[in-house]
Write a protein that binds this ligand. Structure first.
Ligand code: A5P
Length: 222
């Protein structure tokens, strides 16, 4: 927890009055939004943001961030988001909260992308399951295609029977590829399957910096 707070504190310093933010999702981003809310109140800042999920939309409103959208702001100043795993080249896996489709859109729309994680997320290579968002209509077909190259788990929810439904109305498959040697290639291949909406591989070309929170400090890796 303190590691996430330290990462979020360093990211807060990057936010300037009048900025339009891409707002990721997850527990680390929620800490970031709570700290940003404090700055907004104390310094009377005006900060705008495009949230990537209902979770971050609610947290943004609660903290005084003016929620806007990509209709009005086609380019964002700064995207701050968490990650589930980060490799030594700053490739990431995201989507533990099933929000990676909108997260990838806001990251791509931003001039600067900063990922905030605690140090437990670091790994020499990516090896966690990759979330893949799938149009329900295409589920059977996509499952057949993906089962040729990985082990698949249809993500189920809590408090609801059956599969989780993402904020975009789709299914989510957690796909275990073992160690991922070429995240860039795999990301492109997954998105080439008809019915796949987006996947949780964020190649390093999308990311400018990763802030790693530790017990007493935080480091910015670029
Ligand atoms: C949401 O879909 C994810 O991409 C999150 O950014 C990721 O799961 C990190 O979440 P935590 O900050 O809760 O670890």
């Amino acid at each position: 927890m303190i590691e996430k707070v330290n990462a979020a504190k360093l990211a807060i310093e990057l936010v300037k009055d009048g900025m339009v933010l891409g707002i990721g999702s997850g527990s680390t981003v929620e800490i970031f939004l709570n700290l940003l809310g404090k700055r907004i109140r104390e310094e009377s800042l005006e900060v705008y943001g495009v949230p990537s999920s209902y979770q971050s939309h609610i947290a943004a409103v609660r903290n005084g961030i003016r929620v806007v959208d990509l209709f009005s702001y086609e380019e964002l100043d700064l995207c701050v988001d968490g990650a589930d795993q980060v490799d030594s080249k700053l490739n990431c896996i995201k989507g533990g909260g099933a929000a990676m489709t909108r997260e990838k859109i806001i990251a791509s729309a931003s001039r600067r992308v900063v990922i905030i994680v605690d140090e437990s997320k670091l790994s020499e290579k990516l090896n966690k399951p990759v979330p893949v968002e799938v149009l329900p209509f295409a589920y059977g077909f996509v499952k057949r295609e993906l089962s040729k190259i990985c082990k698949i788990n249809l993500r189920e929810g809590k408090g609801k029977v059956g599969p989780i439904i993402t904020d975009n109305g789709n299914f989510l498959l957690d796909c275990n590829f073992g160690v991922i040697d070429k995240p860039d290639e795999l990301e492109k291949y997954l998105n080439s399957i008809p019915g796949v909406i987006e996947n949780g591989l964020f190649p390093s070309r999308l990311i400018d910096s990763v802030i790693v929170g530790k017990k007493n400090s935080a480091n910015l890796l670029s």
